[in-house]
Design a protein around this ligand. Structure first.
Ligand code: NAD
Ligand code: WQD
Length: 332
């Protein structure tokens, strides 16, 4: 299939591109490089021996997107392009709504115009807000406390409305838990600009000596060691989930599915620190600090539906996630 990947030079996008090429798909990437590096294309080429077709523009440029759909016969779209920092979204709500929601609307309009009706969308566990119980199943109430999360909720709803209006669409809403780790080639991974917001990239920088210590946000949660618990999922496992979603549509035709992509296992911040120390052989200095505003205590998925519908089963545990993150960090 010819698959258009928006945000394909980004962290999750680049890993998905590699997996798509591996199973024989033709990949076309559009990315405005606002949070990724053009050099990722070289890395993808080294890993796969194939250089994906690349367009560098903002998906909000509808004329350019229209031209792209005219030039290439696109069979399906995987839509990663978005701004993704929760904290930044609180200070820049308009930019987040514009980029994430307006960008998606333009993409869906152009898809409709060109009769491309197959899409896999990057949603997030953030749409569950602070869940009343765990593990989280897909039917849990949706709620959010920040513009980033709200942009995901709106785009999910847009896609549900599109499907309700025209049942010849195939739509997968994939709700990711906490993607971490890197490709085993050490060539692609997560390398955030500035101070990392997320736990594992921060730990990676402490391990490499770039930062002195990790600030552990909250040690008084009702968890086994008082620190926050999350469902960390290896980015390669996550990438494979996208291939499985596309395969699902080949056998099931037009449907809208909503699926959690997580492991079903929760690890605390200190569990991750310990696993990273073991994997890297480095000491991770940390300091306990008050809770981070907006954080929840525990979040992990019930991955049963993903397994049932897609055959999704994660291969990599926390040790491999830390090892691959560390090997990527050392290779930077
Ligand atoms: P990323 O920032 O590494 O990748 C996103 C890519 O999209 C970047 O390369 C960026 O340059 C590009 N982009 C952004 N806006 C664009 C636009 N208007 N036009 C063209 N390109 C644009 O982020 P990621 O971690 O790979 O996340 C991918 C998707 O998964 C996002 O939609 C994100 O919201 C979602 N998600 C991420 C996480 C996570 O923790 N990483 C968790 C849940 C959901
Ligand atoms: C994990 C745990 C922190 C940094 C975020 C988004 C979510 C999704 C994934 C996009 C928490 C603790 C962190 C640090 C710490 N993204 N922590 N010190 O908050 O679960 O999810 O990324 O959709 O929407 O909110 O991930 O990696 O930031 O935090 O103690 O320096 O690590 O408090 O318990 P989070 P995270």
């Amino acid at each position: 299939m010819n698959i258009l990947i928006t945000g394909g030079t980004g962290y999750i996008g680049s890993h998905t591109v590699v997996e798509l090429i591996k199973v024989g798909h033709n990949v076309i990437i559009v990315d405005n490089l606002c949070n990724s590096d053009i050099k990722v294309l070289d890395k993808i080429e080294i890993i796969t021996n194939i250089r994906p077709i690349f367009y560098s523009f903002d998906i909000k440029y509808s004329t350019l997107l229209d031209d792209l759909f005219t030039k290439h016969k696109i069979d399906a779209v995987i839509h990663f392009a978005a701004l993704k920092s929760v904290g930044e979204s609180v200070t820049m709500p308009l930019e987040y709504y514009e980029n994430n929601i307006s960008g998606s609307i333009i993409l869906f309009e152009i898809m409709k115009k060109h009769n491309v009706k197959k899409i896999v969308f990057s949603s997030s566990a953030t749409v569950y807000g602070d869940p009343a119980t765990i593990p989280i199943t897909e039917d849990f109430p949706l709620q959010t406390t920040n513009p980033y999360g709200f942009s995901k909720l709106v785009i999910e709803q847009l896609l549900r409305d599109i499907y309700n209006s025209d049942k010849s669409w195939s739509i997968a809403l994939l709700r990711y838990f906490n993607p971490v780790g890197a490709h085993q080639s050490c060539l692609i991974g997560e390398n955030p600009n500035g101070i990392p917001n997320n736990l594992m990239p921060y730990i990676a920088q402490v391990a490499s000596g770039k930062r002195d210590f990790l600030t552990v946000f909250g040690s008084d949660y009702n968890t086994h060691d008082g620190t926050g618990v999350r469902d960390y999922i290896h980015v390669v496992d996550l990438a494979i989930g996208h291939i499985q979603a596309l395969k699902y549509f080949e056998t099931h035709g037009c449907e809208l599915i909503t699926v959690n992509l997580g492991t079903g296992v929760g690890y605390s911040v200190l569990d991750v620190v310990n696993a990273y120390q073991k994997a890297s052989g480095q000491t991770i200095n940390y300091r306990l600090a008050p809770r981070r505003h907006g954080d929840i205590a525990i979040c992990y998925a019930n991955p049963t539906l993903a397994n049932k519908l897609l055959g999704f089963k994660t291969q990599f545990g926390i040790e491999q996630m830390c090892l691959d993150s560390w090997n990527f960090q050392k290779n930077l």
